[in-house]
Design a protein around this ligand. Structure first.
Ligand SMILES: [Zn+2]
Length: 113
């Protein structure tokens, strides 16, 4: 029991510490996505995600609602796309907003519930 409670408290701390969508949208920062299966990367516009997911959504949890458009996997990691933090130097992540917003450039799509 003590182990379960400790894990629950650690999870609660992690959620509180995680940056929220509303916080990065206020700063003009988008969401960086990386598919854990094929390595595909993309950006999702935070201001377009807020009407769907809400401003209090922790950025790491956005990945649970995203599907990779290259390999169709749902195993996508997300973090704030802080300026200067490009994990793939020389490769610019695909610019994308919510599905269909920018035709032809969409790489990661929001999973509809
Ligand atoms: Zn993929």
């Amino acid at each position: 029991m003590a182990g379960i409670k400790r894990l629950a408290l650690a999870e609660a701390d992690r959620r509180l510490a995680a940056t929220k969508l509303g916080e990065i949208a206020d700063l003009g920062v988008d969401v960086f996505c990386r598919c854990n299966r094929c390595g595909h990367t993309g950006l999702l516009a935070s201001r377009h995600l807020i009407p769907v997911l809400g401003p209090a959504t922790p950025v790491p949890e956005v990945g649970a609602r995203v599907r990779c458009s290259r390999c169709d996997a749902r195993d996508v990691a997300t973090r704030p796309a802080w300026p200067g933090l490009n994990e793939n130097p020389g490769q610019t992540p695909d610019r994308a907003a919510v599905e269909g917003a920018i035709p032809g450039t969409m790489r990661l799509v929001l999973e509809r519930n």
